[in-house]
Design a protein around this ligand. Structure first.
Ligand SMILES: *[C@@H]1O[C@H](CO)[C@@H](O)[C@H](O)[C@H]1NC(C)=O
Ligand SMILES: *[C@@H]1O[C@H](CO)[C@@H](O)[C@H](O)[C@H]1NC(C)=O
Length: 382
């Protein structure tokens, strides 16, 4: 009897010991090994933290970024993906990060991106969609609670009316005279800051947007008159296609594609272990001044005037709003046609401007969305 007790205790201890070894192997040894392999090839990144990887820090930054609106510029990468943005600044265009225990090589270098997407050695596969994908994502997206939001809305309304204009004026004067060095960090302050973005070249120009709306309307009237859009006419809409492409460049609905190395594989001059996920953050490419020029954050549909090859300088990976290649997104032509029809019908009937209650807050939530809606004011044309 006593022997049996000793035996079963010993067996239990052995099981615990094996379990412990397994945990250490999976959550400590493997990540550190991958980290070592990548570091020794010059790929750096935020250090692996036991079990949660970099998720805590990434989540924290995302939460903070989405708790306040941003200035009215198209420079959205820092708000939409604050953690990635800070990592790229710190570690370079390609870096190793940790989605929990999963190693992720984030790549934004056009040459490497090209190689992965070309996949000439069939070494990269699309990972299986996670069963809990939607749920997980829903849980990780930080929400700004509704009470706080109601307060923001009130402030935004307030900011554009009566009494508060005086306050704005006072703040402007104080800044001009050097009494204080910013317009303030409350919501009203942020709005005033937006219109005074010191980086003039990034400032959103309402005039540009109005001009493009007029051009688009002229095109719609020329193609359709006041008839409903038809499929033949849709293919003739050139200005609208340029506007849509420029919008997709600045605000790509999906900000990355993930591939998985199915075996040890060579990429550029890197040798990748087979457990690695490759995360192509193409929002970074869409906002890369090296690919688009110093005016990268400006809304300039004329970039696409002579087609996509000219706009991207024949660099296909500079513009991938639907991923790359024909297999990329089956919904592409449908969604573009849908957008063209809706836009045409609106342009035939209304002019529209941003509502004063609109706050600029793009947020990745499965796809990129305006966090607090897209408030527009429509004026009937008749
Ligand atoms: C994300 O999208 C879902 C569904 O569209 C919505 O219910 C949720 O409020 C959104 N989250 C945020 C933070 O906006
Ligand atoms: C707009 O982008 C699509 C791909 O998303 C491309 O097929 C089309 O040729 C582009 N049009 C222009 C005018 O750049």
């Amino acid at each position: 009897m006593g022997n049996l007790l000793i035996l079963s205790t010993a067996f239990l201890c052995l099981c615990l010991f094996v379990a412990l070894l397994y945990v250490l192997y999976k959550y400590w040894w493997v990540p550190h090994r991958v980290q070592f392999i990548m570091n020794s090839q010059g790929i750096r990144g935020p250090p692996y933290e036991f079990i949660h990887g970099n998720n805590k820090e990434a989540l924290q930054m995302q939460k903070e970024a989405s708790s306040k609106p941003m200035a009215l510029t198209h420079d959205i990468f820092p708000r939409v993906m604050p953690y990635d943005y800070s990592c790229i600044k710190k570690y370079g265009k390609n870096y190793l990060s940790w989605n929990g225990v999963r190693a992720q090589l984030v790549i934004t270098d056009p040459e490497l991106v090209k190689e992965v997407l070309k996949n000439s050695e069939k070494a990269f596969s699309k990972p299986k969609p996670l069963y809990f994908f939607k749920k997980l994502l829903g849980d990780t997206i930080p929400t700004i609670n509704s009470e706080k939001w109601a307060r923001h809305r009130k402030l935004a309304n307030h900011a554009f009316h009566g009494e508060s204009l005086k306050i704005v004026k006072q703040r402007e004067e104080k800044v001009m005279t050097g009494e204080v060095d910013s317009f303030g960090h409350d919501f009203l302050g942020l709005l005033v800051n937006a219109y005074h973005d010191p980086d003039e070249k990034n400032r959103l120009s309402i005039q540009d947007v109005v001009d493009w709306q007029d051009k688009a309307r002229a095109e719609v009237v020329e193609v359709f008159g006041n008839q409903n859009p038809n499929s033949e006419g849709i293919t003739k809409l050139k200005t609208i296609t340029m506007i849509i492409n420029e919008t997709l460049r600045l605000y790509p609905p999906i900000n990355s594609v993930v591939r998985k190395a199915v075996r040890d594989v060579q990429l550029g001059n890197l040798v990748l272990p087979n457990c690695l996920d490759l995360n192509i953050r193409f929002i970074a490419l869409h906002h890369d001044p090296a690919l688009w020029g110093d005016d990268v954050h400006l809304f300039k549909p004329e970039r696409f005037a002579e087609g996509i090859a000219k706009a991207t300088n024949n660099n296909a990976v500079a513009f991938m709003p639907f991923g790359m290649g024909h297999r990329s997104c089956v919904g592409m032509s449908f969604s573009i046609t849908e957008t063209k029809i809706a836009l045409s019908m609106i342009l035939q009937r209304y002019t529209f401007t941003l509502s004063p209650t609109y706050v600029h807050a793009p947020l990745p939530n499965l796809s990129l969305k305006p966090q607090h809606g897209l408030h527009l004011l429509f004026h009937s044309l008749d």
